[in-house]
Design a binder for this molecule. Structure first.
Ligand code: X8Z
Ligand code: ZN
Length: 621
């Protein structure tokens, strides 16, 4: 019986292999036809998604889900047609790569019922995240929205009770109600992954990086930056302890995250409390933006001017016509900033509820970087109109923002008095401000996806999930929840990207690779000298503004889109083929040295014990 079955199986394989066509010309024609059809179909799906994201009604949600289903059916049908070719053995490498991308079926492999359920689980998580409101601390009847009200309170308030109140209510409302939808989503994503011959959803996500060692490489980088992180963490905790006192900040425990100026403790937006030298110039320029009468429009125009100055493309007419750059008063929208590529007629858009702050000025550059990428690869075939990997896409605007936020550039555009050549004190202030954002994000970004990988892999059971989540945040970041959290809570969905099904390791990659891009661009611009004693030629005060050489080199890389493996694409700009933290560490070297010395002088405790805010045992070592 067994022999018969094996024989049958072998025979069916022979038949299958024999059925595969090796007609490259026919395949090429089919690819062209599908790409053509895809353009209009994708446009329609994008319009439906945009209409929903910028006007959250039930009707728009239904239209979006219908459009997604239609698109999925088309993609699946197209992929199955392409799979009739033996494309892996084709001679034309470009065609092979195109076909390998177009045959990645992903979630589209699910049958209609499952696909609809998956879409609806994600929509419901996203909608819960976008719509909740919290009663005001002082008057519970007055309802506040997350953007801009609560974000602003987190940034500005230094009242620990008020901060704890918003933190706890936020997690209770934005996270826990989505637990059921989250597990439905995990179940269906895993089902799709298995149908695609992946072990689970984590393997399907990781496959996008086209690198077997990707996860290991990320973990190595995390180890590489850890000594620096531990020093920054210890110094910040010490400063918070000085300000809030021992009843709020224990010098041996993880940092309570509601005191970090950001709901997730991913950026530590508390420059006022941490600034090392009060009397030297400081980088935080929110006040200056407000004083100078900046509006959302003016912030966008200022950003565009930088891109143009380095020979990158201006924002097209449709960008200014269709983008939503301020929160509308008459309807609910998804406020989390995003950049959209409608793939025809230079129709690219940003959706953002802009506030006049330094943080949003940086995010505008971030989003415009996405748009610039869309514009640079617009002539490639559709499957290549993507980032070399997702981290590249997230890093473009941040690379520009590294120049923009250099003292040299801020001085140029009148947002800072000093040029950054005033000596060590202002240099340390500037690096501290950047480290509070760039370094702090790394362990956070890692945990966002480490947690989801583990859930997909089934190594975290639902009964213990929240505990795992907080223990991971504690282990890698030394961060604790503001109030006691247990397994009856569910807090990971209180992050936009988890509720909206956005992979997050891209931001880890971006925060490292943008320093590789920055260094290469600074070299091209003649703005960087290694081991330079000249403060205007250091990596952390390099401004590539007006450098066509730097811009053209970036352009060349961006215009490759996803047509080549990301290592090849990286090499065109940097000469390097790997994700590498050396440029990141070089940029921050003076701060790391300063922190080691200062922490030692002050006798600051490094590291942390287990938090008593996590109501369950330690699950990691
Ligand atoms: O989500 C974003 C962008 C849109 S791609 C605003 N960012 C991450 C976040 O907010 O968590 C930018 C940096 C990290
Ligand atoms: Zn982004």
């Amino acid at each position: 019986m067994l022999k018969l079955l094996i024989l049958k199986f072998v025979l069916s394989l022979v038949v299958l292999t024999n059925c595969l066509s090796n007609d490259e010309q026919a395949a090429e024609k089919l690819v062209e036809k599908i790409c053509d059809e895809l353009k209009t179909k994708m446009y329609e799906t994008n319009v439906a998604s945009w209409n929903h994201a910028t006007n959250l009604t039930n009707d728009n949600e239904k239209k979006k889900e219908d459009a997604e289903l239609k698109m999925a059916k088309y993609n699946k049908k197209a992929a199955l047609e392409l799979l009739k070719f033996d494309y892996k053995n084709f001679k034309n490498e470009t065609l092979k790569r195109l076909m390998s991308k177009m045959t990645m079926i992903g979630d589209n492999i699910l049958d209609e019922k499952d696909f609809r359920e998956l879409s609806s689980a994600i929509s419901q998580m996203q909608s819960n995240f976008a719509k909740f409101k919290i009663g005001c601390f002082k008057n519970k009847n007055e309802l506040l929205e997350f953007e801009p009200d609560i974000i602003e309170i987190l940034l500005k308030s230094r009242d620990p009770d008020e901060l704890e109140y918003y933190w706890t209510n936020f997690y209770n409302l934005a996270g826990t109600p989505s637990v059921k939808n989250f597990y439905k989503y995990v179940e269906l994503r895993n089902k799709a992954a298995v149908k695609n011959k992946f072990k689970d959803g984590s393997e399907m996500w990781l496959s996008n990086y086209e690198d077997e060692n990707f996860e290991k490489n990320i973990e190595e980088i995390l180890e590489q930056i850890k000594p620096f992180y531990m020093q920054l963490h210890a110094f910040v905790r010490h400063k918070l302890h000085e300000h809030y006192g021992p009843e709020h900040v224990d010098l041996k425990k993880p940092i309570p995250m509601h005191l970090l100026g950001n709901m997730w403790g991913q950026l530590w937006e508390i420059d006022d409390l941490i600034v090392p030298y009060q009397n030297a110039s400081k980088i935080e320029f929110t006040e200056e933006l407000v004083k100078q009468g900046y509006t959302a429009k003016k912030m966008f125009e200022t950003a565009e001017e930088f891109f143009k100055s380095i020979n990158l493309s201006p924002m097209p007419e449709l960008f200014w016509k269709n983008s939503v750059i301020e929160k509308p008063k008459d309807r609910e929208i998804v406020c989390h900033a995003s950049a959209w590529d409608f793939t025809i007629n230079d129709d690219v858009r940003i959706k953002m509820c802009t506030k006049v702050t330094m943080g949003d000025f940086v995010i505008i550059h971030h989003e415009m970087g996405h748009i610039e990428y869309h514009l640079q690869y617009k002539n490639l075939p559709l499957p290549f109109r993507n980032g070399a990997n997702e981290g590249f896409h997230e890093a473009v605007g941040d690379t520009i923002a590294l120049s923009v936020s250099s003292p040299k550039h801020l001085n140029r555009i009148g947002l800072l008095k000093s040029k950054g050549d005033e000596g060590q004190e202002s240099n340390i202030n500037q690096l501290m401000s950047n480290a509070l954002r760039k370094l702090a994000l790394l362990p956070f970004a890692y945990v966002m996806d480490k947690f989801r990988y583990e859930v997909f892999r089934g190594t975290i059971e639902p009964e213990n999930a929240n505990c795992h989540f907080w223990r991971l945040r504690e282990k890698h970041g030394g961060i604790a929840p503001a109030s006691v959290r247990g397994n009856h809570d569910f807090d990971i969905t209180a992050k936009y990207h988890v509720s909206a099904d956005v992979e997050y390791m891209r931001y880890f990659v971006a925060n490292i690779i943008q320093f590789q891009f920055h260094k290469a661009a600074c070299i091209k611009a003649g703005e960087y000298e290694s081991d330079s004693k000249n403060p205007t030629k250091s990596l952390n005060n390099c401004d590539i503004y007006q450098s066509k050489e730097a811009g053209n080199a970036l352009k060349e890389m961006l215009s490759l889109g996803a047509s080549k493996h990301w290592s090849d694409v990286l090499e065109t700009l940097t000469g390097e083929r790997k994700l590498d933290a050396s440029a990141f560490l070089e940029y921050f070297q003076p701060l790391q040295d300063w922190l080691i010395k200062t922490n030692e002088e002050l006798g600051v405790n490094i590291g942390w014990e287990l938090s008593d805010k996590i109501d369950c045992p330690n699950l990691y070592e």
